[in-house]
Design a binder for this molecule. Structure first.
Ligand SMILES: [Ca+2]
Ligand SMILES: [Ca+2]
Ligand SMILES: [Ca+2]
Length: 312
């Protein structure tokens, strides 16, 4: 009895799809749709949902065929989203009335049924599509908030790097055992934070002088001309913040800077107002208190330790 139980256990282990670990720890592989999905339970506007899926390396999912619709319905079951419905990737934000999925599949080619009295394009301002748990759809305002599902189709050449991601811009530095990615497309601090988080990383936390050197070297690889959509070429956002308290700094993981790296540049911090200031890092390798709403380049860090924990 015990033996046959053990046998079954190992059989299940042997048969479980290895793909389940091959994209991201927070996505589940689904055979029926040959790809990975993740339910985002926190309701969000359509634009933010689309962006977050994209930053995660996926697309905002649509019920593009019957199988897909079934998988989405099953994903909602027994979650809060079962009551609210989810945003789909189907939208007409490019051109009113021209509904299509993120992948470009026209709504008319999807096997979907409208809810009663839908679509009504209320106030001539409903360009996004939600799907309810019974599979019916409705047009809604894209600025409403709903949970959503991200999807990544499996492709043949999926390679998970040593940084535990398919994103080849993350590079492991053996000196700290962390992986780093320099984002040269400027964003404000909040969007920078979101981008790192969506990539399974965090805005870089400088734990010691050696790590400051690593970030300085990384910055040096990206000359002024490469930094796009900002006039600020000598500072990048990193992971510390004053949490609204003037000049009381901690990392975004709550560590005081004194315990790690606390070397501000000459005459910094120079913030004069009591508002939020966000972590900045000069090309020179020193810290700055930066305006959170400025758009600047930023650096994400991904620690390998946490990857090991998360992939369990
Ligand atoms: Ca409607
Ligand atoms: Ca670090
Ligand atoms: Ca400053």
């Amino acid at each position: 009895m015990a033996l046959s139980f053990l046998f079954c256990f190992f059989l299940v282990l042997a048969l479980s799809p290895v793909e389940s670990r091959q994209f991201r720890y927070d996505y589940k592989f689904n055979q029926d749709i040959q790809g990975w999905i993740k339910l985002h339970p926190v309701p969000s506007t359509w634009a933010d949902a689309r962006l977050r899926c994209h930053l995660e390396g996926a697309n905002l999912a649509s019920p593009q065929n019957l199988k897909f619709a079934t998988v989405l319905k099953n994903t909602l079951r027994n979650t809060h989203a079962e009551r609210t419905g989810i945003f789909t990737g189907i939208h007409a934000t490019f051109s009113k009335g021209d509904f299509q999925s993120i992948e470009g599949i026209p709504l008319t080619k999807m096997p979907l049924q409208w809810m009663p009295y839908e679509p009504d394009n209320e106030n001539n301002d409903e360009n996004c599509i939600v799907m309810h748990s019974n599979g019916t759809i409705a047009d809604v305002n894209c600025n409403e908030v709903f949970p959503y599902v991200c999807y990544r189709k499996k492709s043949k050449n999926e390679v998970l790097t040593e940084c535990g991601t398919v994103d080849s811009d993350y590079h492991l530095d053996p000196r700290t055992g962390s992986c780093y990615k320099f984002h040269f497309i400027a964003r404000n601090w909040t969007r920078a934070f979101m981008t790192c988080a969506a990539e399974g990383a965090y805005l870089a936390i400088i734990n010691n002088d050696a790590e400051a050197e690593i970030l300085k070297d990384l910055f040096a690889k990206h000359p002024d001309a490469e930094l796009r959509f900002t006039h600020i070429k000598d500072i990048a956002f990193v992971g510390f913040h004053n949490w609204g308290e003037r000049n009381v700094w901690t990392t975004i993981h709550g560590q005081s800077l004194e315990m790690g790296f606390n070397t501000f540049s000459v005459n910094q911090p120079d913030g004069t107002s009591p508002w939020d200031y966000c972590g900045g890092f000069f090309r020179t390798g020193k810290l700055d208190d930066s305006w959170c709403s400025d758009r600047m380049a930023f650096i994400c860090e991904k620690s390998i330790d946490s990857l090991l924990d998360e992939s369990e």
